[in-house]
Design a protein around this ligand. Structure first.
Ligand SMILES: Cc1cc2nc3c(=O)[nH]c(=O)nc-3n(C[C@H](O)[C@H](O)[C@H](O)COP(=O)(O)OP(=O)(O)OC[C@H]3O[C@@H](n4cnc5c(N)ncnc54)[C@H](O)[C@@H]3O)c2cc1C
Ligand code: FES
Length: 248
């Protein structure tokens, strides 16, 4: 992990209450998709964790939903400003685990880290398709980006305003393909439903409120088959069979 000052190159609205921030700085500690950074928001004691959504050299992209005071302050930041980041945190997605054709499943802002994963899968010559679930069309993002990578993309929205009406499991059903591995990021309830519905192996990026974010306080621990494990240091990505869903 590495702490450093990053310059905000862009910070624009991507969807309703959802922003895309491009930051430039020393990204040498960022090793892959599914990892996260901890952002120090001026005036707030605890850093806020965000997945690395995309990366190009020393530039990283964060996609964040405005939910509270930290993300509201971030949404008001202008290009040219700086932020203090700790980068290179967590154990990310395992691209080597992908089989013949993988299924990427994103729920709401949990879609964010799947774009960098998709780029890594493509670079590794691994086939994949994408199923996304959003509340409504105004909250949707990255649909065209996944299509541009050659993936079949299906979307479900709760009100039917984009794609199928329903949940992300309906988007999965709409895909025309045979899959042998999945990668999932979204709410806990969504990831549990997806993990239980899919009859093959896969991995989920877990989310817990974080204190230190670096493995010291154990505040982010979740029950796994190997005992309590820290989302920030042992995860955030865990294999589906590691997670004890009924105790989450
Ligand atoms: C590993 C990891 C990766 C994440 N990646 C992203 C991402 O890519 N994009 C994104 O938008 N968000 C992501 N989050 C969630 C993000 O960290 C929180 O939304 C953010 O910290 C909220 O800060 P705030 O000050 O705006 O909200 P606060 O004022 O602290 O809280 C506002 C509301 O958000 C809830 N909340 C705060 N933090 C979390 C959390 N960690 N998990 C669940 N609920 C929370 C609070 O319970 C409260 O209801 C990630 C979280 C983790 C642990
Ligand atoms: S947040 Fe402190 S150990 Fe994970």
């Amino acid at each position: 992990m590495k702490q450093g000052t990053f310059t905000i190159l862009d910070n624009a609205r991507l969807a309703r209450d959802t922003f895309r921030m491009v930051l430039e700085g020393d990204c040498s500690a960022v090793t892959g998709s599914g990892q996260f950074v901890q952002v120090s928001v001026p005036g707030l004691y605890l850093r806020r964790p965000f997945s690395v959504s995309d990366r190009d050299g020393d530039r990283i992209v964060l996609v964040y939903k405005q939910v509270g005071k930290g993300t509201a302050a971030m949404a008001a930041m202008a290009p040219g400003g700086t932020l203090d980041l700790v980068t290179g945190l967590g154990r990310g997605f395992d691209v080597a685990a992908a089989g013949e054709r993988s299924l990427l499943v994103g729920g709401s802002v949990g879609t964010a880290p799947l774009l960098l994963l998709a780029r890594e899968l493509q670079a590794a010559g691994k086939a994949f398709d994408v199923a996304l679930g959003f509340g409504d069309a105004g909250l949707a993002f990255y649909v065209q980006e996944f299509k541009a990578l050659g993936a079949q993309v299906k979307v479900a929205t709760q009100d039917g305003s984009l794609g199928r009406e329903g949940l992300v499991t309906d988007a999965i059903r709409a895909l025309d393909g045979t899959y042998d591995y999945f990668y999932c990021c979204g709410s806990k309830v969504m990831m549990r439903v997806v993990s239980e519905a899919l009859p093959f192996a896969g991995e989920c990026s877990m989310e817990e409120r974080m204190g230190c974010g670096t493995g010291i306080c154990y505040g982010c621990s979740i029950p796994t088959t190997a005992g309590m494990r820290r989302v920030c240091a042992d995860g955030p990505v865990f294999r589906k069979e590691e997670i004890v869903w009924e105790r989450i």
